[in-house]
Each structure stands twice: as structure tokens, then as C-alpha cells.
Design a protein around this ligand. Structure first.
Ligand code: UD1
Ligand code: CA
Length: 436
């Protein structure tokens, strides 16, 4: 039991410095909330008993974490980090193993670091710190003889403010001892809160062994405001892109590309500048995503080309060797192998077969003002330029729709359909209409 580790994540704080109505830990990095980043890291580190302390935004956060097996603890009033941990006394106080305390606003911590912290903690306490480039705002780790203390910025004098060894918010150690010391923490005079960092006084007084473990600032930064959030996003983007580059993906001008954390890209894919790949994008080998394309929730099969400047979204599957060209929007559709939609089209709620050509300016009119209707286009179909297909509609295999048609009835296999006003020619007619 002693070697068993439970995790407690604090996420009940108000997050005032974010200046947002959204709870702090629900702000997203690379398309995923901060709290899910940290929960996922705990899970992938093999931790099974994960507890989270939530406060006034409990319901909103529960909606996001509902598919995890995380156990929830309520902190009634946000009286500080020590009080947050104390709220877990009933559920955790008697546990006879190790407790790992994490803060919900440190989403960049890596799985291997969580494992290292746990493996380094035997009958001692591990206080996790980092050397900060700019330590402002963090608690500073101070060694006084055998004593180890953490002094909050608000309580720090000039000398202490110069220290750049900062506390990350992570402590790992024997659970019962943590709760024992916690009960001794008094309200801080300056902040009026019960500060968890005051635990180190008591642990030192009780001659407990505290080891300082340090890791990189890049994975231990705490996020309190939008500036830190955007800095963390930069760090995470760099990490995500490095991962894909190592896997054989070519990124042209990587700084201009945005990739969400759950995007999957095979080798030999080329992503051109200014591309946005949002959540749930899967790109198979040898695809080229050309500049300025915005893609979310989409599967693109191998050897296809999309863009430049296309938008593909909401549950779309693109087959092999498909061409989706400039100014094309595709939503909730399946596009068969070898099909071409090369220019200026809107394809929504549509299934298209293989080897079909969709002409420039084709629009699927999927919305009738009340509901979305389906378009089905077969294999080897030729749709001329500037056609409107009024859904629900079925266009059969090998059929042909003439350019400029507005089609509202189904077209059979091998059929031809033309639906446009007949052209009139008036000989020398210009002068009748244009008087100059
Ligand atoms: C905290 C540390 C500081 C450390 C820094 C690292 C304390 C007192 N200070 O400061 O030493 O350098 O993190 O990033 O711990 N929370 C609750 N209930 C509360 C208050 C806070 O659950 O009543 C949660 C917050 O949601 C947050 C975490 O505790 O996830 C830390 O609180 P925060 O206010 O962000 O602490 P910092 O000022 O950043
Ligand atoms: Ca913080």
C-alpha cells in the first residue's frame, strides 16, 4: 500500500487573473482544456486513483471531464490551496500510501516527469521546482540550514525576490504526513488564505526529509493569465510540431502552422504555411495540405491534396487521391477515391462516389430553412460548373449535369440533366439595350 500513489489535482480556484467568465482550467491549449491535459498525463503515467478538487464552477468542469474516472471533491469556499487539499480529508485522510499533489493550471507537465517524481519519492517528500527565467509571481524555494521553505511572492523581501528557484506546486510524499502538517497551517496574514506552501515549515520542524527535484520550466509553468496561456500555447505548439517532424511529416514554415494536440499525421505528409489543423484531424501518408487551409474533425486518406484556402469540417471523410481545391468548403460529407472538387464549391451533408468531377461553383443546397438535407452523388459523375443541387437529391452513377443547372429532381444512372434558361441571340441587338 505504501508504494501506491493517489493524485490530487487542485482546480477550485476562481482564476480571476484570466479575466474571463470561463473557469481557468477550461481554457484550452492546442484544442484541449488545461484540466484534460493534466488528467490525460496522469492516466498515461499509469495513475489510477485521481481526485480533483472543484469549487464554484464544478458543474461546468464536470461536463468536460465526465468521461474520465476522476473522483471529485468539493471545496466549499476558495480559502486557499491548503484549504483545497484539506477538503479531501474525508476521502483521502486515512490513505496509507503516497499522495501526489498537482495544480490544475500546469498543463505542460510530461508523462515521464510524473513517473520520475513518483519513482524518486520513498519515505521522503519531493518538492518539485524549476529555475525560472522570470520568477515573478511564483513561490521561491529557500534553503536555511536543514530547513526548506517556500516563500510566496507577496511575502518575499527584496533578497528572496531575487531567487529564481521556484516552486511548481507539486509535492509528493507520504499522505498521512501531508494531512498531519496541513492541519497546522494558519491563515496567511497578507493574502488571508490558507497557503499550502506553508506546509514546508511544519515538515521541516518535524524533521521530515524533503528532496528538491528540479525539471524544466517549459513543463512546469503555471498559468494564471492570458499572457501565460499564450506563452504555454507557443511552447506546446513547438512540442507538437517537433513530434510530427520526428515522425517524418514535412512542415513548411512551421511557425505559421497550428496543430491541435490530438491530430494524427502519417509520414510523407506535407503541410504548407498558414494551415490550421483543429481537433480530430487524421491525415494519412503522402497527403499535401496546401496553404491557408482550415481543417477540423476530418479524415484525409493517402495521396490526396487539399487547398490552398479550403475549409473542411465536422465529420468529413476524404478518400484516396482526391483533389479539393481553392475556396472549397466541405462539411459532414464523404468524398470517394479519385474525386475532384477543384474550385469554389460548397459540399454539405453529401456522399460523393469515386472518380466524380464536381465543377467550379457547385453548391449543395442542403438547408431548407428548417433542417439539413442529404445529397448523394454516385461514381463517375460529371457535374458542370455553377450548378445548384437542391437537397434531398440523388445523382446517379455516370450521369451528367450541364453547367449552370439548378437541379431539384433526382437524376438516374447514365442520365443527362440540364436546367437553365435558354440562351437568346438577337442579331445586332446591342444597340437596343446599350444606348452608348
Ligand atoms: C501557487 C503556489 C506558488 C507556486 C505556483 C506555481 C500556493 C499558495 N502558491 O501560486 O508557490 O509557485 O502556484 O504555479 O500554493 N486552488 C484551489 N482552491 C483555492 C485556491 C486555489 O483549488 O482555494 C487551485 C487553483 O485552481 C489552481 C491551484 O490551486 O489550480 C493553484 O492556485 P493559484 O491561485 O493558481 O496559485 P498561484 O498564485 O499560481
Ligand atoms: Ca497558478
Amino acid at each position: 500500500m505504501k508504494n501506491h500513489t493517489k493524485v490530487l489535482i487542485l482546480a477550485a480556484g476562481k482564476g480571476k487573473r484570466m479575466k474571463s467568465t470561463k473557469p481557468k482550467v477550461l481554457h484550452e491549449l492546442a484544442g484541449k482544456s488545461m484540466i484534460m491535459h493534466i488528467i490525460d498525463k496522469c492516466i498515461s503515467s499509469g495513475l489510477k486513483d485521481i481526485y480533483i478538487v472543484l469549487g464554484e464552477h464544478k458543474q461546468q468542469i464536470l461536463n468536460i471531464i465526465k468521461n474520465t474516472k476522476v473522483k471529485v471533491i468539493s471545496q466549499k469556499k476558495q480559502l486557499g490551496t491548503a484549504d483545497a487539499i484539506n477538503s479531501a480529508k474525508k476521502q483521502l485522510g486515512e490513505f496509507n500510501g503516497r499522495l501526489l499533489i498537482l495544480y490544475g493550471d500546469m498543463p505542460l507537465i510530461k508523462e515521464e516527469t510524473i513517473k520520475k517524481i513518483i519513482n524518486n519519492t520513498y519515505n521522503s517528500f519531493s518538492l518539485v521546482g524549476f529555475l525560472a527565467e522570470n520568477p515573478k509571481g511564483y513561490g521561491r524555494i529557500i534553503k536555511k540550514g536543514n530547513q526548506i521553505l517556500v516563500i510566496e511572492e507577496k511575502n518575499a523581501n527584496k533578497e528572496i525576490k531575487k531567487v529564481n528557484l521556484c516552486y511548481s506546486g507539486i509535492l509528493c510524499g507520504p499522505n498521512k504526513e501531508i494531512f498531519k502538517s496541513l492541519s497546522k497551517i494558519q491563515k496567511d496574514k497578507i493574502s488571508g488564505e490558507y497557503l499550502f506552501t506553508n506546509i514546508f515549515n511544519n515538515l521541516s520542524e518535524r524533521k521530515k526529509l524533503i528532496k528538491i527535484l528540479t525539471y524544466s520550466e517549459d513543463e512546469l509553468i503555471g498559468i494564471n493569465d492570458k499572457k501565460q496561456l499564450s506563452y504555454a500555447e507557443e511552447l506546446l505548439q513547438e512540442r507538437i510540431k517537433l513530434f510530427h517532424l520526428k515522425n517524418g511529416v514535412t512542415l513548411l514554415s512551421p511557425n505559421s502552422i497550428y496543430i491541435s494536440s490530438n491530430v494524427k499525421i502519417d509520414k510523407d505528409v506535407v503541410i504548407e504555411p498558414n494551415v490550421f489543423l483543429g481537433n480530430n484531424v487524421v491525415i494519412k501518408a503522402n497527403v499535401r495540405v496546401k496553404s491557408n487551409s482550415y481543417i477540423e474533425d476530418t479524415y484525409i486518406n493517402s495521396f490526396s491534396e487539399v487547398g490552398p484556402t479550403c475549409r473542411i469540417r465536422k465529420n468529413t471523410q476524404i478518400g484516396k487521391n482526391v483533389k479539393v481545391g481553392n475556396f472549397v468548403e466541405i462539411k459532414n460529407s464523404q468524398i470517394g477515391n479519385n474525386t475532384k472538387i477543384n474550385h469554389l464549391a460548397y459540399i454539405g451533408d453529401t456522399v460523393i462516389g469515386t472518380n466524380t468531377n464536381i465543377g467550379a461553383g457547385t453548391i449543395t443546397c442542403n438547408y431548407d430553412g428548417i433542417k439539413k438535407n442529404k445529397t448523394t452523388i454516385g461514381d463517375n459523375v460529371f457535374i458542370g460548373s455553377n450548378c445548384s443541387l437542391i437537397a434531398p437529391i440523388k445523382i446517379g452513377n455516370k450521369s451528367f449535369i450541364a453547367a449552370g443547372s439548378t437541379v431539384s429532381n433526382n437524376v438516374d444512372k447514365n442520365g443527362f440533366s440540364i436546367a437553365r434558361a435558354k440562351q437568346q441571340i438577337i442579331k445586332n441587338g446591342r444597340s437596343k439595350f446599350l444606348k452608348v
